[in-house]
Design a protein around this ligand. Structure first.
Ligand code: FAD
Length: 437
């Protein structure tokens, strides 16, 4: 079987198919594994293509790490705790050892990042969010929901923007209430461990590499450019250099296509898959700014959220090394690197007194103009099945309910594999010697 795309969705699908006894070959257009969750070497340092955060509710991604023997390479808080840095000072929100939602509701009532009125307004809105109205939420912009629930400027700036914008990577008015409320309900209102924050302690590419090592074959620099159909089934994939060059025809019995919608749209023969509404997908950029300080006093935090700033989060990545992430960064993506570095440095210095005497020794920016899709009101996200019985779709953008996340990618891959096995039937078990350790 072929898996097209070596992002987390394709790799999760490949692992599930391998577990079921299939022989899996992955075709990946780039020279790197992991897709949007990858790492590369620059200036002698291996960096991720963007700071990636997981939450306690990312159960499929945590299971994947476990399956790969890499659970120890993920740090996850024992209890949800976040430091918010505003220009008027820091404030901390720490969950209590109580059932949800009391674990957060009680500490939130004393959360100094918001004034008393804004705190009451947010508490009221969170209570209201427990009742869902799926039809209305799918088509209503989240800002309309916020307005209906009397969320003023302060509540937006100090609560909804720092927590929801990075999770959906889009302005609050560009996403459906359903997408934003999914995050709120899943992370804050569900299980008391759901909002715990975590991240990988090794470069992200290690996860993809470990997964790829368990599959039969991975062909890098192999872009799939089209599908060949005969008798109502996929017969072969066209594989070749996208910008001209020779093209091969790979005979396949089935395929998981796990590439983003903007790439899927370019496949020749796409009509045969019967996938509709791909033109509805828009993407949003993410910018990360990497700052190396000398002579900073101890910062006293591993990570923090910034309020009232285009930098939403900052992570300490090593001595003096801070990584700032700017989600929903359409306004910033085109700025020259030195302006992004100056912006992030200024935003931090305004909020972090420990940087007062520090010297900025080095600064750099990484950018992804098409980081994630926007879960816009009314957007139709397809499920795994296509019009062809031996082709399924995967990807964080498919209909998982999750925003574009590593969790959504893994869930989509597993679901696509299950759909394919459901249609084709599981193969007989593989001979033991073909299974990689
Ligand atoms: C900067 C940044 C920060 C992020 N932060 C977070 C975060 O904090 N937490 C979180 O959970 N998620 C985060 N995400 C989102 C997360 O990384 C993605 O949602 C997820 O990794 C997507 O996985 P995927 O497999 O669906 O797609 P992709 O990772 O896009 O994988 C698709 C793969 O298909 C390949 N491909 C494309 N076209 C072809 C073709 N024609 N033939 C063969 N191969 C092809 C691509 O090269 C790619 O490797 C972030 C993303 C970015 C960019």
């Amino acid at each position: 079987m072929a898996v097209v795309g070596a992002g987390l969705a394709g790799l999760a699908a490949g692992l599930a198919l391998t577990r079921a006894g299939c022989r899996v070959t992955v075709l990946e257009r780039s020279r790197l594994l992991g897709g949007k969750a990858t790492s590369f070497v620059t200036g002698g340092r291996e960096v991720d293509n963007g700071q990636h955060v997981i939450l306690g509710c990312c159960t499929a991604f945590l299971e994947l790490a476990e399956e790969l023997g890499m659970r120890r390479e993920l740090h996850l808080q024992e209890r949800f705790e976040v430091l918010m840095l505003s220009e008027s000072g820091p404030a901390r929100l720490r969950a209590l050892d109580l059932p949800a939602p009391l674990h957060l509701a009680l500490p939130f009532l004393r959360f100094r990042a918001l004034g008393a009125r804004a705190r009451m307004a947010v508490t009221w809105a969170l209570l209201a969010a427990r009742r869902s109205d799926p039809e209305r939420e799918e088509t209503e912009p989240f800002t309309a929901w916020l307005a209906r629930h009397h969320q003023g400027a302060e509540a937006r700036r100090a609560f909804w923007e720092p927590f929801v914008v990075p999770a959906v990577n889009a302005p609050l008015g560009a996403v459906s209430a359903a997408a934003a409320l999914f995050v709120v309900r899943t992370a804050f209102l569900g299980d008391s461990g759901a909002a715990r924050i975590g991240w990988a302690t090794v470069p992200l590419a290690r996860f993809a590499e470990r997964a790829a090592g368990r599959l039969d074959a991975v062909r890098l620099r192999s872009a799939v450019t089209g599908v060949e159909v005969a008798g109502g089934r996929l017969r072969a994939l066209r594989v070749g250099a996208e910008a001209g060059g020779s093209e091969e025809l790979d005979e396949v019995d089935a395929a998981v296509i796990a590439i983003p919608p903007e790439r899927l749209r370019r496949l020749r023969g796409l009509d045969a898959l019967g996938v509709r509404d791909l033109e509805g997908f828009r993407s949003q950029p993410i910018v990360d700014v990497h700052l190396l300080y000398e002579g900073a006093a101890p910062l006293g935090f591993e990570f923090a959220a910034l309020t009232g700033s285009p930098v939403q989060w900052v992570f300490t990545k090593g001595e003096g090394y801070l990584c700032c992430s700017l989600s929903s960064a359409a306004e910033w993506i085109g700025e020259p690197e030195e302006r992004l570095v100056a912006l992030a440095d200024r935003e931090l210095r305004r909020r972090v007194p420990a940087l007062a005497g520090a010297r900025l020794a080095h600064g750099a920016a990484t950018r992804d103009p098409e980081a994630t899709f926007v879960p816009a009101p009314g957007l139709h996200r397809p499920g795994p099945r296509t019009a062809l019985p031996n082709v399924v779709l995967a990807g964080a953008w498919t209909d998982t309910g999750w925003p574009a996340t590593m969790e959504g990618a893994v869930r989509s891959g597993r679901r696509a594999a299950a759909a394919l096995l459901g249609t084709l039937g599981a193969p007989r078990a593989r001979p033991a010697e073909t299974v990689h350790a």
